[in-house]
Design a protein around this ligand. Structure first.
Ligand SMILES: [Zn+2]
Length: 287
C-alpha cells in the first residue's frame, strides 16, 4: 500500500508492515470487524481501518448497534429517520467499498444500548451480547475495533463495555449453539471525537494515550469525507465533526489513532509470590 504507514507511538516505530498495529498479521486469515454505536461512528473513528482492510484484500464488516431513531433534526423526520439512516448507512459505507452484507444492524433504539446488553432481558427477551458473539464467530472476526468508552456518549460507553466483554467470550466454549467458538486475536479502541482514557501501561507517555496510529494519503481522507457526506440527515452534527478532521493532518497525510486493549489480562502471581515470601521471611525471622 503506497503512502500508508503503520506506527507504534510508544516505541517510536514506523513502517509499512500492518503487523506494527495488528500483531502477527496474516492477510490470509485476518478479518476486520468494527463495532459502531451509531451508524456513522465506524466511519468517523475507524474509516482508515476500513480502507486499509479493503486495500489489503481482507473481509471488513461494520456492526451498528443503535438504529438512529433520535437523530432527527426536523420534527417531520421523527417517524422516517430510522429508514432514512438505514439507506444513508449503506450508501456511506459503499463509498468505502463495503457491500450491504458487510453491514450488520442490531436495531437498538438510541440512548438505550446499555439496557439492551444482557443475554436475557426482563420478559425473556434476548439482549445483544449473544447476537454479537454469534456475529463475531460467524464472520470469523480476528481484528476487532470497539469505540472509545471514555466520556463520549451514553451509547458509546455501553458499546465499549459490550465489545470488550464479547471479544473475550467469542473463543470460549459457551453459547456453542449460536455459532462455533472462534477467538478474536486483537482488540483496538478507536475514538469518534473524545480523548482516549489515560493509558494504564507502565512508562506510557501521558500525552500519548493512544499507542498505535495509521497514516494515510490525502485521497483516503477524501474518501472518508465523501462517505460522511452520505449521512445527509445528520448534516448539522457531522459538519463540526468533519471540521475537526483537519486536526488529523500530518507531514505524510492524515492520521487515525487506536489504543490497544487487552480485554482479559491474566493475573501474574509472580510478583505477589515474591512479595509474600519476602514478608513471610521477615515475619518468620522475628518469631
Ligand atoms: Zn455515536
Amino acid at each position: 500500500m503506497n503512502g500508508v504507514w503503520f506506527l507504534d507511538l510508544w516505541q517510536a516505530k514506523c513502517n509499512q508492515d500492518p503487523a506494527t498495529v495488528f500483531p502477527d498479521w496474516n492477510p490470509r486469515e485476518d478479518r476486520i470487524g468494527i463495532l459502531s454505536p451509531h451508524d456513522d461512528d465506524a466511519l468517523l473513528g475507524a474509516g482508515y481501518a476500513i480502507l486499509a482492510g479493503r486495500e489489503m484484500g481482507v473481509a471488513v464488516c461494520v456492526m451498528v448497534v443503535c438504529n438512529g431513531c433520535a437523530g432527527y433534526s426536523t420534527a417531520e423526520q421523527k417517524f422516517s429517520i430510522v429508514e432514512i439512516r438505514r439507506r444513508e448507512t449503506l450508501e456511506a459505507y459503499s463509498r468505502l467499498g463495503l457491500a450491504p452484507e458487510d453491514i450488520h444492524r442490531f436495531d437498538v433504539p438510541d440512548f438505550s444500548a446499555a439496557a439492551r446488553i444482557p443475554w436475557e432481558l426482563p420478559g425473556n427477551e434476548e439482549g445483544i451480547i449473544a447476537d454479537l458473539i454469534a456475529e463475531l464467530r460467524r464472520r470469523r472476526v480476528t481484528r476487532f475495533f470497539i469505540p472509545n468508552g471514555y466520556r463520549e456518549h451514553l451509547d458509546h460507553e455501553a458499546v465499549y463495555d459490550l465489545g470488550r466483554y464479547a471479544s473475550s467470550q467469542t473463543g470460549d466454549a459457551i453459547l456453542v449453539d449460536y455459532a462455533e467458538p472462534f477467538a478474536v486475536r486483537s482488540v483496538h479502541v478507536y475514538s469518534v471525537w473524545g480523548d482516549f482514557p489515560p493509558a494504564l501501561a507502565e512508562g506510557a507517555p501521558p500525552e500519548l494515550r493512544a499507542n498505535k496510529a495509521v497514516v494515510v494519503p490525502q485521497g483516503w481522507e477524501e474518501k472518508v469525507r465523501d462517505g460522511i457526506r452520505a449521512f445527509r440527515s445528520q448534516g448539522a452534527i457531522i459538519e463540526n465533526l468533519a471540521k475537526a478532521r483537519e486536526g488529523r493532518g500530518c507531514s505524510e497525510g492524515f492520521l487515525e489513532l487506536y489504543q490497544d486493549l487487552d480485554p482479559r489480562p491474566n493475573l501474574d502471581y509472580g510478583p505477589y509470590v515474591s512479595a509474600v515470601n519476602r514478608i513471610l521471611r521477615g515475619q518468620v525471622l522475628k518469631i
